[in-house]
Design a protein around this ligand. Structure first.
Ligand code: GLV
Ligand code: MN
Ligand code: MN
Length: 420
């Protein structure tokens, strides 16, 4: 069994390496939603799914779906177990975030088919395309669509390269009017599960390869614009300036302080992107646009924090005689993992009493799919807890153990045991 798990881990590693070569930039991994790189990765995933014996389709958002039909006489023949993750990446990414979950799903289902043929329930392996939100300001669009929660107004959002989502979909060969067909029927999805690297240090510090996720944190992203006045860097006295960047800097520190004050709810806040104009060393900045990514374990704490921040931004702007406004671009509620699915993963990794349980600060597709059906997640240790960084790394042995656990989980999965 250990041998078999190691072989699966090695296979996963070589597939992860193959996907990591599909990038917009040589020597760096950047694979954004609806780009030529996404197309190539989706085609490779399709091939792997077909080789694993799955029937593959692609919907109007580009989700690749590998389907295993249930036994014809299966007791739960209308119900499907969904297993998924994403094949998009952040800019200059690591190779494991998302791709491991898709590959693990393919390999696990292949092994289950080899051993048992069809099961009493169906299985869909899903490769989502926009979990990161690195190209379009909105995110989790694919998983929202699967849950029947795609908001058509999102078709108007513009990518970082200035393309409307609707146009990007058409360029990718898709018909946006068909998006509703990506959704599952009520009662069709029994559960959604995802295997993912932890992206944090907890498992490594505990000396454990795997952990069961209890919940995914509440998250929102906003875009903040500060407008001041351009002026000559050598002539405008400091007390007469309307410096948009100085205001943005004060806001940045307020954001950091806000999260620190709410550390008991695991609040974290990040300004990961900022642009200023006109952008010259001898011109006072006139306009700054930046993102605020704020997460907390509970929705109420996150919402209170954003309300406070909105007021604080306006107060800073007033004091500094600039104008500022804030727009929400993404919001995902905290999503608890289903207790029965947590227990299923705990048993699969070798003991309900012994398994580590931990929350996820990172966002995942399950957050959106959770509006459709119960969700469960299994985390895999990653070196140094490093993620969203080219140094991201998970060991072959750990990945092999995780895939073996996913196989066990599938073998013991019983849709009728889930509370609905
Ligand atoms: C996705 O990786 C996120 O949590 O931002
Ligand atoms: Mn991810
Ligand atoms: Mn990520």
């Amino acid at each position: 069994m250990v041998e078999r798990a190691m072989a699966l881990g090695r296979e996963a590693e070589s597939m992860i390496r193959a996907l990591a070569l599909i990038s917009a930039e040589e020597g760096h991994l950047t694979r954004l939603y609806l780009t030529p790189e996404h197309r190539l990765a989706a085609d490779l995933v399709r091939r792997w799914m077909e080789e694993a014996g799955l029937e593959v389709s692609e919907d109007a958002l580009g989700i690749v779906r590998g389907r295993l039909a249930p036994k014809a006489d299966g007791r739960n023949a209308v119900q499907r177990l969904l297993i998924g993750s994403h094949i998009d990446t952040v800019i200059d990414a690591g190779a494991y975030d998302g791709t491991l979950g898709v590959i693990a799903g393919i390999l696990a289902v292949r092994e289950v088919v080899k051993k048992h043929g069809r099961l009493p329930f169906g299985i869909d392996v899903l490769a989502f395309g926009d979990e990161e939100g690195s190209r379009f300001p909105a995110t989790l669009l694919c998983s929202q669509a699967v849950a029947g929660r795609f908001d058509p107004s999102t078709l108007e959002v513009e990518s970082v390269d200035g393309v409307r989502l609707e146009d990007a979909l058409r360029l990718y060969g898709k018909d946006p009017s068909q998006i509703p067909a990506a959704a599952y029927e009520a009662g069709e999805a029994a559960a959604y599960v995802e295997l993912h690297i932890e992206q944090g240090p907890v498992l490594e510090q505990a000396g454990q390869a795997l952990g069961v996720v209890t919940a995914i944190a509440s998250q929102s992203r906003h875009s903040v614009t500060v407008v001041g006045e351009a002026g000559h860097a050598g002539t405008v006295p400091m007390n007469l300036r309307h410096d948009a960047l100085a205001a943005a800097a004060e806001i940045t520190l307020a954001v950091e302080d806000l999260a620190r004050r709410n550390a008991d709810d695991f609040m974290v806040a990040t300004i990961g992107k900022m642009s200023l104009s006109p952008g010259a060393s001898n011109v006072i900045p006139a306009r700054v646009v930046f993102t605020v990514d704020l997460r907390s374990q509970t929705d109420a704490r996150r919402i209170d924090a954003m309300n406070w921040l909105r007021e604080e931004i306006l107060a800073i702007a007033r004091r500094r005689k600039v104008t500022a406004w804030i727009e929400r671009t993404h919001e995902a509620e905290a999503r608890p993992c289903d207790p029965a699915l947590q227990a299923g993963f705990a048993r699969a990794i070798g003991g309900e009493g012994k398994a580590i349980h931990l929350p996820s600060g990172a966002g995942h597709d399950g957050q959106a799919v959770g509006m459709l059906c119960p969700i469960g997640m299994l985390f895999v240790r990653c070196r140094g807890g490093i993620s969203h960084n080219p140094a991201e790394f998970a060991a072959v042995r750990d990945m092999g153990q995780a895939i073996a656990a996913l196989i066990k989980f599938i073998e013991n999965f019983d849709p009728s045991a889930l509370a609905r």
